[in-house]
Design a protein around this ligand. Structure first.
Ligand SMILES: Nc1ncnc2c1ncn2[C@@H]1O[C@H](COP(=O)(O)OP(=O)(O)OP(=O)(O)O)[C@@H](O)[C@H]1O
Ligand SMILES: [Mg+2]
Length: 381
């Protein structure tokens, strides 16, 4: 059955006021919608680009009721809303993606269980509800392994690398249980796939992206990823399977590892626009934010048409902001700033996209001189 399309002029409520909300609101307005942001923080980045903003707590029933009453559809840029909050919103207004999708992605154990039940490959893992279960995790996984908080992790926060029994014994009394223990993946590279799906079940993927992290935070994304076509096809197939089986309406980032054996392991899923999809803003006719809005509004999802290869670099903290002057002088670079008034080290302040002709990013066996130069330029400036 064909579902209704959100009429032009309708108001989309976005939960969360960060940069993802800011850029989603621009895309929504380009499609003729109005945006109302709900943000827990005052003066968030999305305030500059949306018609209305409510500042209030995501678990305040009165705030959620008023917000749901003032919009025609609710979506997210931030997935950590309580299940009670999600249920309340869904009783008052259409919510996409559905609460169930958020509940799975909020909790690493539910997430890994969901994936495992569908034979989607993940790193070996063990649930660690308390200190007593730590030893068992070490025995099952061997050293080194990672401990992660089951909820509220981002940018590598809430993660502990356990190299040996001494580290384990030292950290054990202080750790923020419940945790998940994951086998340490000696990966060859990291990938992500952005997949969008609308209520009619139409699906689209953006080109598989290669991601490089520094200090647990995404640093650079390259699109397309420098991997063989067959592996890219496999990555896209996994993303489509997850989107379909989770009943996604919206956009979803699927983070993956390429193991040292060349096989794919899914790391985590994020049912919202994703930092690793920011390159689409300049290298595609339809970017990830527009695809997200189209998906939740049940509009058509045509080929996003990647017209260039791209490298995205995050601008973090004062160091990142110091690069803005040079970036603006360069041809082929597109600067995106998030309008954040406080600039702390490591904080995502903006990003820059470098565009290259199609095919300029090399295959799996090296980095082109052109790309090297561009990255060095960016890093030097
Ligand atoms: N099992 C693992 N083995 C090796 N490296 C890992 C593993 N899990 C995570 N990492 C590294 O840490 C990074 C962040 O981990 P993860 O994505 O699980 O956490 P996060 O805090 O949700 O991060 P983000 O918000 O950046 O997605 C990964 O992109 C990867 O580089
Ligand atoms: Mg991640």
């Amino acid at each position: 059955m064909t579902q209704a399309t959100l009429p032009r002029g309708a108001t989309i409520g976005i939960i969360g006021g960060g940069q993802l909300g800011r850029m989603s609101a621009v895309a929504a307005s380009r499609l003729g919608y109005r945006v109302h942001i709900l943000s827990a923080e005052p003066e968030p980045p999305a305030q500059d680009t949306s018609r209305t903003i409510t500042v209030g707590a995501y678990d305040d029933e009165a705030v959620l009721r008023r917000f749901a009453g003032s919009v025609d559809l609710i979506t997210f840029e931030f997935e950590n809303i309580s299940s009670a909050g999600l249920e309340l919103l869904a009783s008052l207004c259409p919510v996409h993606p559905a609460g169930r999708v958020l509940a799975i992605s909020q909790d690493r154990i539910l997430e890994k269980t969901f994936l495992g039940e569908r034979n989607i490959p993940v790193a070996p893992w063990v649930s660690v509800p308390d200190e007593e279960t730590l030893e068992n995790a070490a025995t099952e996984l061997g050293y080194p392994f990672l401990l992660k908080t089951t909820r509220f992790g981002y940018d590598g926060k809430g993660q502990f690398r356990i190299a040996d029994p001494e580290t384990l014994a030292r950290l054990a009394p202080e750790l923020p249980y419940p945790l998940i223990a994951e086998g340490f993946v000696d990966f060859e590279r990291e990938l992500s796939v952005m997949v969008a799906r609308n209520a009619d079940g139409a699906m689209r993927c953006f080109s598989v992206t290669e991601n490089q992290h520094r200090d647990g935070i995404l640093d650079v994304s390259l699109a397309p990823a420098r991997i063989p076509v067959s592996l890219a096809e496999e990555a896209e197939k996994l993303a489509r399977q997850i989107a379909e089986e989770i009943g996604l309406v919206g956009i979803l980032g699927v983070e993956m590892f390429v193991s040292s054996k060349g096989t794919l392991l899914v790391n985590e899923i994020a049912p919202r626009p994703h930092n690793s999809g920011h390159w689409t803003m300049d290298a595609c006719l339809i970017d990830q934010f527009e695809m997200h809005i189209r998906a939740v509004a049940n509009l058509p999802l045509p080929d996003p048409f990647r017209h260039s290869d791209a490298v995205m670099k995050n601008l973090l903290g004062p160091e990142g902001m110091a690069m803005c002057g040079t970036i603006m002088e360069h041809s082929g670079l597109a600067l995106h700033l998030y309008g954040k008034s406080t600039c702390r080290p490591g904080r995502k302040m903006g990003h820059v996209n470098a565009l290259f002709p199609l095919g300029a990013l090399p295959g799996p066996y090296g980095v082109s001189a052109r790309l090297d130069e561009a990255l060095q330029d960016l890093q030097k400036s």
